[in-house]
Design a protein around this ligand. Structure first.
Ligand code: ZN
Ligand code: ZN
Length: 253
C-alpha cells in the first residue's frame, strides 16, 4: 500500500520546486501540495490562497495548505471547503501577551541541519514547559474548532522535542488531552518525516485512542524516500487503513 504524502512545499511559499514540477512527481508516489499560509508576500490572504489552489488544481494536484496555527488570518468557509485538505501546524507560540517562543532553532536541530540546540538549558524550566504545553492545547483547539483543520502537522515539533526526552517533556496526560481533541473531531495526526515527530509512545497512545494518521514528508526540495516515516509506522505498528488518502474525512458543519 502506498501512503499519500499530504505535506509538501513548493516555491509558492518557502520550497524550491515549482508547482509544475511537483505535478510531475506524483508519479513517483501519490502526494499533494500544502504551502504555508500565511507566507510573507506570497500567500498573504484568502485571495492568494484561491489563486494558489486554482493554479495547483489546474495541474492536477491535490491541494492543501499548512495553516500557521495561532497566527493565520481566518479563511472564508468557502475557501476552506474548496481545499482538498487543511493541515494546521504550530511554528511559534505566544506564552504571555507579546512574548513569543519561536520554533526555528529547535526545528533546524530536529531536522539535523545543526548539530546542537543552543537554547536547550532555557527549556528545562518546568514552568516554561508547562506554559508552552498549555498554550499548544489552546491553539490546537482553536485550529480544530475555528479553522476546521483536517490534519495536525508535526504535533510535538518545537523546543520541548529538541530536548530529546519527549516522555518527560510531554507527560502522558498531556499527550492524551491533545490526542483526544484530534480523535473527537476526526482530525488526523501527522507522522512527519522531516522532524521525526511524534515519538513512538505518542504514536502508540494515539493508535490506542483510535486516532487517524497522515503522512507528511514536509519536503521543501526534491521528493525523497519516506524512510523515517516508514520506520515510525512500523515501530508503532500503525494501521495503514487509518491513514488519510488525500481527502478530508471530517463531516461538514
Ligand atoms: Zn511546519
Ligand atoms: Zn511544512
Amino acid at each position: 500500500m502506498t501512503l499519500f504524502d499530504h505535506h509538501i512545499h513548493s516555491d509558492r511559499s518557502d520550497g524550491t520546486v515549482s508547482l509544475a514540477d511537483r505535478a510531475k512527481s506524483v508519479s513517483v508516489r501519490p502526494h499533494g501540495v500544502s504551502d504555508h499560509y500565511p507566507w510573507r508576500e506570497k500567500i498573504r490572504d484568502d485571495d492568494d490562497v484561491r489563486r494558489y489552489l486554482d493554479d495547483a488544481a489546474r495541474l492536477g494536484l491535490r491541494v492543501g495548505l499548512e495553516l500557521d496555527l495561532g497566527v493565520a488570518p481566518a479563511l472564508r468557509p468557502s475557501t476552506r471547503d474548496a481545499l482538498h485538505y487543511l493541515i494546521g501546524a504550530i511554528h511559534q507560540v505566544e506564552i504571555a501577551p507579546g512574548e513569543w517562543i519561536r520554533y526555528d532553532d529547535a526545528g533546524a536541530f530536529l531536522k539535523g541541519r545543526v548539530t546542537s540546540f543552543n537554547d536547550a538549558q532555557r527549556y528545562v524550566d518546568a514552568e516554561l514547559q508547562r506554559r508552552i504545553r498549555e498554550r499548544t492545547l489552546e491553539v490546537v483547539r482553536a485550529g480544530i474548532e475555528s479553522d476546521r483543520i483536517d490534519i495536525l502537522g508535526h504535533a510535538t515539533m518545537g523546543p520541548l522535542a529538541a530536548l530529546r526526552d519527549p516522555e518527560t517533556a510531554f507527560p502522558a496526560e498531556w499527550q492524551e488531552r491533545l490526542i483526544q481533541m484530534c480523535v473527537g473531531a476526526d482530525v488526523a495526526i501527522e507522522v512527519n518525516e522531516a522532524y521525526g515527530v511524534p515519538h513512538r509512545e505518542f504514536l502508540d497512545l494515539a493508535q490506542r485512542l483510535g486516532a487517524r494518521f497522515s503522512v507528511g514528508s514536509d519536503t521543501h526540495f526534491e521528493l525523497r524516500p519516506l524512510d523515517k516515516t516508514m520506520a515510525m509506522i512500523r515501530g508503532a505498528s500503525l494501521d495503514e487503513s487509518r491513514f488519510l488518502a488525500g481527502r478530508r474525512v471530517r463531516e461538514p458543519v
